[in-house]
Design a protein around this ligand. Structure first.
Ligand SMILES: NC(=O)c1ccc[n+]([C@@H]2O[C@H](COP(=O)([O-])OP(=O)(O)OC[C@H]3O[C@@H](n4cnc5c(N)ncnc54)[C@H](OP(=O)(O)O)[C@@H]3O)[C@@H](O)[C@H]2O)c1
Length: 332
C-alpha cells in the first residue's frame, strides 16, 4: 500500500543564486497506476547542477520546471505497484522520478538494475548520467591521445572524477582543479590524478602552469569563470575543449568570454554537448565503465544526504561546492 507522497515543488524562480524560499514541500496521497503504468517508490534522488537551469525560464535545451510543479531529477526507485507486464513489484529501476516519494511511469526510460552487479546508487553517478557525460565528452570530443595533458575542474565531483580517471586509463597526464586541500588530496591520492590545484588559490594561474609543463591538450570545461581564464593561456595548438558545464556562471551575471583570437591562432576546437547527444554510446559506456569499476581502475565517491526534505539545502550546497562526490538524497 502506497502512502503519502511528499513532493518538493518549484515555488518561485530565483534571481541570481537560488534560496530555500524557491522550494515548497507539499503532501498528497500517492497516485494509483493506470493500465500500462507502474508506481515507483523513490529510494535515491540524484541532485545535479543542471537543475539550476530547470529553475529558470530562460530558453535552453530542456523545458523549465513550471512554478508549482515538482522539481525533476534522476532517481532509483522500487516498483511498488505494477500494471505493466514488463515490471514486477520489487524491481529496482533507474528512472526520472523527480523530487518526490512516489512517481508514476509508463515504463519508457526505466532501466532495471541488478543490485548484485553494483550498488544501485552507481546508476545515478559513476555508472549513470554523470559517468556517461565524462566518458562520451572526453572520448568523443576531447579525443585524448597517450602522453597528452587533460585538465578538468570540479575534479572530485561526479563528472570530473571520471574524466581524470579515464584520461589516466588512456595514458594521459590528468590535472584536476578542485575546491580546497581535502578534495585536491583525494583527487591525487585516491583517484590517481597527476596533480590537482585549488581553484581558490590566489596564484591559481601560476600553480596550474607549473603542473602543466607541456601545456594543455584537452580542457574538459565543467566550471567556466576564473578556472577557464587560468586554463586558456596554457592551451596548446589544436587543443580540444568539450564544453560540458559552466557551474561557476549559472547564477552569475554573464562573464567576459574566452579569448577568441586564441581560438583562431591555435586552431582550437571547442564543442558544447549534452550527454544524450551520445545516447548511441551508452552500451559501450556501461560495458567499459562497469568493468573499470569492478577492477578498481575507476573509483567513485558518493555524498549521501538523508531525507527528501533536505534536498533543497543539499542542492544549494552543490552550487557552492559543499558536496564531496556525487550528491544523492536517500529518500527511503
Ligand atoms: N553537458 C552535459 O550533458 C552535462 C551532464 C552532467 C553534468 N554537466 C556539468 O558538469 C559539471 C559538473 O557536474 P557534476 O554533476 O559532476 O557536479 P559535481 O562536480 O559533483 O558538483 C558540483 C561541483 O562544482 C564545483 N563548483 C561549484 N561552484 C564552482 C565555482 N564557482 N568555481 C569552480 N567550481 C565550482 C564544486 O566543486 P569544487 O568544490 O571542487 O569547486 C562542486 O562540488 C557541471 O557544470 C554540470 O552542469 C553537464
Amino acid at each position: 500500500m502506497a502512502g503519502i507522497n511528499r513532493q518538493i515543488l518549484l515555488k518561485s524562480r530565483p534571481d541570481g543564486a537560488p534560496g530555500l524560499d524557491n522550494f515548497e514541500l507539499v503532501r498528497s496521497p500517492a497516485p494509483e497506476p493506470a493500465d500500462g503504468e507502474v508506481l515507483m517508490r523513490t529510494r535515491y534522488l540524484s541532485l545535479d547542477p543542471y537543475m539550476r537551469g530547470r529553475m529558470s525560464a530562460a530558453k535552453s535545451y530542456a523545458k523549465p520546471v513550471e512554478i508549482g510543479e515538482p522539481m525533476v531529477g534522476g532517481s532509483v526507485g522500487e516498483i511498488v505497484a505494477s500494471r505493466n507486464p514488463k515490471f514486477a513489484v520489487g524491481d529496482i529501476v533507474s528512472a526520472y522520478g523527480g523530487w518526490q516519494d512516489y512517481a508514476l511511469s509508463s515504463g519508457v526510460g526505466l532501466r532495471k538494475l541488478d543490485p548484485a552487479a553494483a550498488p544501485v546508487t552507481t546508476a545515478l553517478g559513476v555508472l549513470g548520467m554523470p559517468g556517461m557525460t565524462a566518458y562520451a565528452g572526453l572520448l568523443e570530443i576531447g579525443r585524448p591521445k597517450p602522453g597528452e595533458t587533460v585538465a578538468v575542474a570540479a575534479a572530485s565531483g561526479a563528472v570530473g572524477s571520471v574524466v581524470g580517471q579515464i584520461a589516466k586509463i588512456k595514458g594521459c597526464r590528468a590535472v584536476g582543479i578542485a575546491g580546497g586541500p581535502d578534495k585536491c588530496g583525494y583527487v591525487v591520492q585516491e583517484l590517481g590524478f597527476d596533480a590537482c590545484i585549488d581553484h581558490r588559490a590566489p596564484d591559481l594561474a601560476r600553480q596550474l602552469e607549473a603542473v602543466c609543463p607541456a601545456g594543455i591538450d584537452v580542457y574538459f570545461e565543467n566550471v567556466g569563470g576564473a578556472v577557464q581564464q587560468a586554463v586558456w593561456p596554457l592551451l596548446n595548438d589544436f587543443a580540444r575543449i568539450p564544453v560540458c558545464g559552466l557551474i561557476a556562471q549559472y547564477s552569475a551575471a554573464p562573464m567576459p568570454g574566452p579569448d577568441m583570437v586564441s581560438v583562431l591562432r591555435k586552431r582550437l576546437t571547442l564543442r558544447g554537448f549534452i550527454v544524450w547527444d551520445f545516447a548511441a554510446k551508452q552500451d559501450d559506456f556501461l560495458r567499459e565503465a562497469s568493468e573499470w569499476v569492478r577492477s578498481g581502475r575507476l573509483k567513485y565517491r558518493e555524498d549521501v544526504v538523508v531525507g527528501l526534505e533536505n534536498a533543497p539545502a543539499a542542492f544549494l550546497g552543490l552550487l557552492q561546492g559543499k558536496n564531496f562526490g556525487k550528491l544523492l538524497v536517500k529518500v527511503a
